[in-house]
Design a protein around this ligand. Structure first.
Ligand code: S3P
Length: 441
């Protein structure tokens, strides 16, 4: 990644236009991974070509899963083709790069493959993130999983697993998915319960591929092991977490109007839209049909209306907006009053400690921010200009870079990022899209 400071110019004109954001990162990982586990051929349209998904692609290829590109039979573009195959022990450690989803979901899938052994490694950021939350339940199921003091490198040796009743201490789709993927290969029933409902892409993807997965009224999931996974062609919707940056930008720059088309509207991911509305934002959501694979898709438009107001944001709304908290904190800097973001302690375990990094970044821009153990309090003023001339630390975290880019649109002079290249983790075309809409960057 480039270490040259990335300059961000304030917005001089409104942001206007219609965009499509790249494919959903969570769904892209699952489309590749389940394609590699399924019987048959999977064709994926709209796969995110970001660095994280490339990590999953590379790991699966090293495990013996053929993945290639082919012309899209239904249009002018390309599809990614995955052939389901029995996995083999890779020749070298599996490099998960910056991607927690790659590492945790792969651990779950590898745990139930007797005869396959692998070591999973990651970059400096991923190597600081907690892996025992996945390793512990997989060990209980019968796999050999060794972390390095709780983090990567992680060594896994697949085994014949037995289903468990697992009560996850954290609401995490990565943990839930790892246990469900292991459960698919286990003897007996695997039950997973989590303290809040995390994103449900794995559940939808498994069901769409013919797996029976029961859900109790309290949200507990039950999966009978040994079920076949059918290959399924997938259309990956646009990533709502990527769309959130452009929508937030439109809300903050007077006279803007931005529509994002073909974006995922899975209710476990739409917390940011609700949070923005709670701050008085005008958003128009037009749901489209729910295609094969069971993921709702539609379009969302944003334009500034009345001045934004502070809100108390916590609980399940924050869980359903977990990756959007940095940009919500930026919007809160322009919402009159004091916005309280709570129940966001998990942000300390993302690609960076996002609570600390957002507090420092907004503070440097002149915003009054208080960091709490599980959240942030942000003082907002709709009429303010942020302080230009400062350089902000992204910690190589894509979502921080994009959130700060949105903030910089309302600065009184250029703002600099220590690293603009890290957006490629989830949104390689971000700078181009922002520029095309009229945003300063
Ligand atoms: C993801 C789950 C979330 C999210 C991450 C992607 C997934 O992490 O923050 O960006 O694809 O399952 P946790 O499961 O750790 O909360």
């Amino acid at each position: 990644m480039s270490l040259l400071p990335h300059p961000l110019a304030p917005a001089l004109t409104p942001l206007r236009g219609v965009v499509r954001v790249p494919g959903d990162k969570s769904i892209s990982h699952r489309a590749l991974l389940l394609g590699g586990l399924a019987t048959g051929t999977t064709r994926i349209r709209g796969l995110l070509e970001g660095e994280d998904v490339r990590s999953t692609w590379g790991c699966l290829a090293a495990l013996g899963v053929p993945i290639s590109r082919a012309p899209d039979p239904g249009g002018g573009g390309e599809v990614v083709v995955v052939e389901g195959r029995p996995w083999r022990t890779p020749a070298a450690p599996l490099d998960c790069g910056n991607s927690g989803t790659t590492m945790r979901l792969l651990l779950g899938a590898l745990a139930g493959r007797p005869g396959v052994e692998a070591t999973l490694v990651g970059d400096a950021s991923l190597s600081r993130r907690p892996m025992e939350r996945v390793a512990a339940p997989l060990r209980r199921m019968g796999a050999m999983v060794e972390t390095t003091g709780g983090t990567a490198p992680v060594r896994v040796r697949g085994a014949a697993l037995t289903g468990i009743d697992f009560e996850s201490p954290v609401a995490s789709a990565q943990v839930k998915s790892a246990v469900l993927l292991a459960g698919l290969a286990a003897r007996g029933t695997t039950r997973v319960r989590e303290p809040g409902r995390s994103r449900d892409h794995t559940e939808r993807a498994l069901r769409a591929r013919g797996v029976r997965l029961d859900e109790a009224p309290d949200g507990a999931l039950a999966l009978e092991g040994g079920q076949a996974l059918r290959a399924l062609d997938v259309d990956v919707p646009g990533d709502p977490s990527s769309a959130a940056f452009l929508l937030a930008a439109a809300l903050l720059v007077p006279g803007s109007h931005v529509s994002v088309e073909g974006v995922g509207l899975n209710p476990t991911r739409t917390g940011a839209l609700e949070a923005l509305r709670a701050m008085g934002a005008r958003l128009e959501v037009a749901p489209g049909p729910c295609p094969d694979g069971g993921e709702p898709v539609g379009s969302v438009s944003a334009a500034p209306a009345a001045p934004l107001v502070a809100a108390d944001l916590g609980g399940e709304v924050v869980l359903r907006a977990i990756d959007e908290v940095p940009v919500l904190a930026v919007v809160a800097a322009f919402a009159r009053g004091r916005t309280r973001l709570t129940d966001a302690g998990e942000l300390r375990h993302k690609e960076s400690d996002r609570l600390a990094a957002v507090a420092r970044g907004l503070g440097a821009l002149g915003v009054e921010v208080t960091e709490r153990p599980d959240g942030l309090e942000v003082g907002g003023d709709p009429d303010r200009a942020l302080r230009g001339g400062v350089t902000l630390a992204t910690h190589g975290d894509h979502r921080l870079a994009m959130a700060f880019a949105v903030a910089a649109l309302r600065a009184d002079g250029p703002v600099f990022l220590d690293d603009g290249a890290c957006v490629a983790v989830s949104y390689p075309g971000f700078w181009g899209d922002l520029r095309r809409l009229g945003g300063g960057a």
